[in-house]
Design a protein around this ligand. Structure first.
Ligand SMILES: C[S@@+](CC[C@H](N)C(=O)[O-])C[C@H]1O[C@@H](n2cnc3c(N)ncnc32)[C@H](O)[C@@H]1O
Length: 337
């Protein structure tokens, strides 16, 4: 049976996806997941049989959407990776990506990564995107805290297994394994996530505004889980170095600035109105702008309904362990007669 793979995405909706999807105003049709991130909602939508369009500004999320949302039946085998890359080619790529050296990884690890990046360039279509998703997974597994903006001296300290054991009673030896070990470890898990829902699902890598501009048809639902201000929202810092390796970084609107969020969201909503029947927004009672501020803004454009669910986010910081009320704000777009 197909299963959402191990992705480990900050801000993911993993435990809430079925609740979100079950509360959608439409039980079939086309849904655009505009800020798809680690694709957890896209995946649940695909499982439910929707035609899913997944978009995110980060290339690392686009490769995931290609591999597990758009891809309906292609898997990757160890034998697909069984070809040789010349020393010269590896040395050239190593030069391109040596900005990772003593920033995320040790020099010998950057060299291994250079070879894997060269290999990815030789693979075709969905095999390539599965491999790129597995490179992403391996990169994340090797970094303490699973994000790319941890200072190098911290990384070195936390990757010292004796230090980690003395301090946290965990060696975290997986940080020190080669990339390829993580890739092989996760291969079956990623292959098992590939399934066909008999829809022509698609992945996109645009700024949210550009995505709406490029949408040539009207969809049934646009789902939004944007980066809210004052949350763990620095997605470019968390994962952007991956995009840089492949020279795929794009410019995009910064939604997380506190004083501009509601303005930007309203501009985006206005752009979406002619392109969808419903807009569904994920929010919770801890974030700003408040649920009531967003609902008031939305009510200018149609009928607003709110669904709530109590949820306990898993966080290490004890003070944050309070229960959160997770909310879906659903706008039924007023028809322009
Ligand atoms: C809260 S996360 C989405 C998490 C996702 N629902 C999941 O379950 O994994 C917000 C996402 O918005 C993306 N993003 C930020 N600004 C964007 C923009 N201007 N256009 C498109 N995507 C953007 C970030 O890269 C991030 O992946």
């Amino acid at each position: 049976m197909s299963k959402y793979p191990k992705i480990n995405y900050i801000g993911n909706k993993n435990k809430l996806t079925y609740w979100i999807v079950d509360n959608f105003p439409y039980s079939k049709g086309t849904v655009l997941d505009l800020f798809c991130g680690g694709c957890s909602v896209s995946y649940a939508l695909k499982e439910k049989g929707y035609k899913v369009y997944s978009n995110d500004a980060l290339y690392s999320n686009y490769v995931l959407a290609k591999a597990i949302i758009e891809n309906n039946n292609v898997t990757l085998n160890k034998e697909d990776l069984d070809f040789h890359i010349s020393k010269k080619e590896i040395a050239k790529k190593y030069k391109d990506i040596n900005f990772l050296e003593n920033r995320l990884y040790f020099p010998n690890e950057v060299e291994e990564l250079a070879e894997l990046v060269c290999k990815s360039a030789q693979l075709k279509d969905y095999k390539k995107y599965l491999f790129l998703s597995l490179i992403r997974r391996s990169m994340i597994r090797k970094i303490p805290y699973s994000r790319m903006n941890v200072p190098w001296n911290q990384i070195v300290k936390l990757r010292d297994e004796d230090y980690s054991y003395a301090k946290y009673k965990r060696r975290r030896a997986y940080h020190n394994l080669p990339f390829i070990d993580h890739i092989y470890d996760n291969l079956e898990n990623y292959n098992n996530s590939v399934f066909d829902n008999n829809q022509n699902n698609m992945a996109f890598n645009y700024d949210a505004f550009k995505m709406i501009d490029s949408l040539s048809e009207k969809v049934d639902v646009i789902y939004m889980d944007p980066p809210y201000p004052a949350t763990m929202n620095k997605y470019g810092d968390f994962y952007g170095l991956y995009d840089n390796i492949f020279d795929k970084g794009i410019k995009y609107t910064n939604f997380s600035e506190n004083n501009r969020f509601l303005d930007n969201l309203e501009k985006l909503i206005i752009k979406c109105l002619p392109k969808t029947k419903y807009i569904v927004i994920s929010e919770n009672n801890k974030t700003k702008p408040t649920i009531s501020e967003i609902s008031t803004m939305l009510s200018k454009y149609g009928k607003v309904e709110i669904k709530e669910k109590k949820h306990q986010y898993k966080v290490t910081n004890k003070e944050n362990k309070n229960e959160t009320i997770e909310v879906l704000i659903i706008l039924e777009v007023k028809e322009n007669k």
